[in-house]
Design a protein around this ligand. Structure first.
Ligand SMILES: [Zn+2]
Length: 544
């Protein structure tokens, strides 16, 4: 990002003085660099693994405004940065940026190719690089649409898939609600103008307090008393010992088990999970520092601001622990999710297969199943309770993969058949139409009493026989000419020839998830009925 600044700033400062526009080429270059997958985005594999533990993969939309200010491309770069901050606040990962330049087409009516590309991706469910889309981030919704029609178009594509989140500088919104569907642009702008001002003031206040070293936690952090300042003796000791044993080489799992054994729950009253413990160990609060939007708050001297609360460990200890956790995240990480370092994913369905076991409360476990190698094959298995699963379901990996591949091929085949039906017309369509018209004309004649009953019924029988024959012929023709009939074997071979990443791209586009239900107790036979594909959009039935 820094080098963009140095590239463009000279033009920007000239513009402010002399109103000289920056060369269009410079702006175009800058926009191009901002477009697509951000350079610091995690790989598809890492993103999917992060998605498994609750992160959402989102796309960002930026637009150079036609405002009097910021015509130089800086505006859009700031937007991208701001969007990244918004994403972090909402536990989101930016996997694609769509950037439009309104200026280039302002006179001829506004064209926004990137906006349209984003709508297509939202409709499809995945970005061009194959990332599933869980939401959209934007600095403010007036970047996205300026009229009701565009808003409705956006909304339709956005809600084409369930459980997405929309966030902007003000907050995150449920666009599936009735209110969202009904609100027009004008209403939205009026309603949100005031809340934007308030939110902006709140942000400033938040940062100012953090810079003064005042605690800004919304709820009591684990380890401290309700005053947010003094240490809770028991809890802080658990954290201190946790950091120490982690630095002595204990695994995060072992440290989490110690948290569990302490008898304390998290400050929200939840049982401990590795993820929660990891967040505590990585949080600079434990050494008196504070991060806002991912960076340490620094004082005017450039050193971290030391908070007014009592620290649990020294800054050096926190830094070592946090760095070690960061390292574990990247190279060499994610084996438990099936990704070996530097290779493609080992398991076809990681990220899609979920546990369908019913828990005591009645709801489904729902945890993402991990691939585990066995001596001769592999399994999909529910995570342990420490990782947010029930640990009670496992299923033969190859059998599940094969079954889902068959389902997917059948779905693609149905799709191809429908496409072919609209592409290759049935040669006798005209005859069927004529016969249908003749029947209708005959009925009208009879209603108008122009023909006798006996003539009508004998002719009607003839017409109906003809129509029925043609319809049968049409159906047979479609079945004979359906691409799947010839290509079945070829499709299977093509599928087998794809890489795991390519296969995963197809499966993620087709499927929302694959639910694995418990099998018959004591049986080791694979039961296909316990594997439930959940389609992104219901595959169309071949209704002839
Ligand atoms: Zn489970």
């Amino acid at each position: 990002m820094a080098d963009h600044d140095t590239n463009v700033r000279p033009y920007a400062s000239i513009e402010r003085r002399s109103k000289t526009k920056p060369p269009a080429r410079e702006v175009a270059l800058l926009l191009n660099e901002l477009r697509g997958v951000p350079y610091d985005a995690p790989s598809l594999l890492e993103s999917l693994a992060l998605r498994d533990i609750g992160w959402r993969l989102v796309v960002v939309y930026c637009r150079i405004s036609n405002d009097r200010h910021r015509r130089d491309g800086h505006g859009v770069q700031d937007q991208a940065k701001h969007c990244a901050r918004i994403a972090t606040q909402h536990r989101m990962i930016v996997v694609h940026r769509y950037v439009d330049n309104d200026r280039s087409a302002s006179k001829l009516g506004v064209k926004r190719p990137e906006f349209d590309a984003m709508l297509d991706a939202l409709k499809l469910g995945t970005t061009p690089a194959g990332f599933p889309i869980d939401g959209v981030v934007c600095v403010s919704d007036d970047r996205l649409y300026r009229d009701v029609h565009t808003y409705e178009k956006f909304l339709k594509c956005f809600i084409a898939h369930p459980s997405r989140v929309y966030a902007d500088g003000v907050g995150s919104y449920d666009l599936y609600s009735e209110e969202a569907a009904q609100r027009g642009l004008l209403g939205a702008v009026a309603a949100r103008a005031e809340s934007k001002k308030q939110a902006h003031r709140a942000t400033l206040n938040h940062r100012a307090r953090a810079e003064r070293g005042e605690p800004v936690a919304v709820r009591r952090p684990f380890g401290w008393n309700a005053d947010l300042l003094t240490l809770h003796p028991g809890e802080s000791e658990v954290v201190r010992r946790g950091v120490q044993s982690f630095l002595e080489g204990k695994t995060l799992t072992a440290v989490t088990q110690n948290f569990v054994a302490s008898g304390f729950t998290s400050s929200l009253g939840n049982p401990w999970q590795r993820q929660t413990v990891k967040q505590i160990l990585r949080n600079p609060r434990i050494c008196g520092y504070r991060k806002l939007n991912g960076t340490l708050i620094l004082g005017t001297d450039g050193k971290p601001v030391v908070g007014q609360w009592q620290p649990i460990v020294s800054p050096a200890e926190w830094q070592l622990a946090a760095e070690s956790l960061e390292r574990k995240r990247h190279p060499g990480g994610w084996q438990r999710n099936g990704a070996a370092p530097g290779e493609g994913p080992t398991y076809l369905l990681t990220g899609l297969v979920r546990c369908g076991r019913t828990l005591i409360g009645g709801q489904q476990c729902g945890a993402s199943l991990c691939g585990y190698p066995t001596s001769d094959s592999y399994l999909y298995r529910c995570r342990t309770a420490l990782d947010g699963g029930c640990g009670r379901i496992s299923r033969q990996g190859p059998a599940v993969d094969d079954l889902i591949a068959q389902y997917a091929l059948a779905a693609l085949d149905r799709q191809a058949m429908l496409d072919a039906r609209s592409a290759i017309p049935w040669p006798d369509a005209q005859r069927l139409e004529t016969a249908t018209h003749q029947k209708a004309a005959l009925q009208e004649q009879w209603y108008a009493a122009e023909i006798s009953d006996s003539d009508y019924f004998s002719q009607l029988r003839q017409r109906e026989t003809e129509i029925k024959r043609l319809v049968n012929e049409q159906q047979a023709w479609f079945i004979r000419n359906r691409p799947g009939a010839h290509r079945q074997a070829g499709e299977q071979a093509r599928w087998d020839g794809l890489s795991v990443i390519e296969k995963r791209g197809i499966l993620f586009a087709l499927l929302e998830s694959v639910i694995i239900l418990p099998g018959t107790k004591g049986s080791h036979r694979f039961e296909p009925s316990t594997v439930i594909p959940v389609w992104r959009t219901q595959p169309t039935n071949s209704a002839l």
